[in-house]
Design a protein around this ligand. Structure first.
Ligand code: BTN
Length: 248
């Protein structure tokens, strides 16, 4: 997602979190930069969950300096999900295996293979930083016992396809895919990303549950709207939900 040419790469053997490192380095970086780590000792997931980060899996962060307002910056999670799916399809040749789960998980044969954590600081200021953190279970998935009841079970690329892909080889596919979706987003806005995302959405038109705080709503997954909200048709009416945990 460099926008103006290829992003730089920094590879580290071990770090607490590539997102944390992205923020520490942000003001020293000349332009968009990938930070790749062999191991994370404090990998973080969405909703303050830990992210299992063993050697052989992909743990990387793309550090950007966005100039747009927060609601536009947030839409880059869809660009990242689409880029991830493109990279998986390129590496495996199995397009039908990879689907997208709102807001920003990538599934393989219905199991969670990758997650995205967008974190930002100082948006709307000259020091604005966006860290797009991406974790991919290339060779190992966390134990299903560690996962919340009802959540999509984790899988690895190795378990699902038999392919052993290194993190470096994965980045070679992912970085250009991110650049392509970033260029599309800048040129044409969210509409083409929304259309592509919906074309690969898991459970579209089907019943799902969306948990926001202590409230869980059941309904039909209608679409995502032009702001990226989940649109859920419920007996009480149609809701546009900006943030939730989705269960199938
Ligand atoms: O909860 C999720 O699904 C998102 C997981 C994101 C994990 C990645 S691994 C690289 C980057 N660094 C982190 O600490 N987290 C993200």
């Amino acid at each position: 997602m460099s926008g103006n040419g290829r992003a730089g790469h920094i590879t580290l053997p071990e770090i607490d979190s590539t997102n944390a490192e992205g923020f520490r380095r942000a003001q020293t970086l000349a332009g968009p930069t990938w930070i790749l780590a062999g191991v994370q000792t404090a990998g973080r997931g969405r909703r303050a969950r830990p992210w299992s980060s063993p050697p052989g899996n992909f743990h990387g962060t793309l550090v950007l300096k966005p100039t747009e307002p927060p609601e536009t910056v947030a839409l880059r999670s869809f660009a990242a999900a689409l880029a991830l799916r493109d990279a998986f399809v390129q590496m495996t040749g199995f397009p039908s295996s990879f689907t997208l789960k709102w807001p920003n998980d990538v599934l393989c044969n219905g199991g969670k293979i990758a997650g995205i954590l967008l974190e930002s600081q100082g948006l709307n200021t000259p020091d604005a930083t966006l860290c797009i953190g991406i974790g991919v279970n290339l060779i190992a998935a966390p134990d299903a016992a560690q996962i919340e009841a009802g959540a999509v079970p984790p899988v690895s690329l190795l378990s699902e396809t038999g392919l052993r892909i290194t993190p470096e080889a994965f980045l070679d596919a992912l970085a250009p895919a991110c650049d392509r979706w970033e260029a599309t987003f800048r040129r044409e806005g969210f509409a083409p990303l929304r259309a592509a995302w919906l074309a690969h959405a898991a459970r579209l038109g089907q019943p799902i549950r969306a948990r926001t705080g202590s409230q869980t709503r059941e309904g039909t997954f209608e679409t995502i709207d032009p702001q990226g909200n989940l649109v859920l048709r419920t007996p009480a009416g149609t809701l546009a939900i900006p943030a939730a945990e989705v269960f199938f």
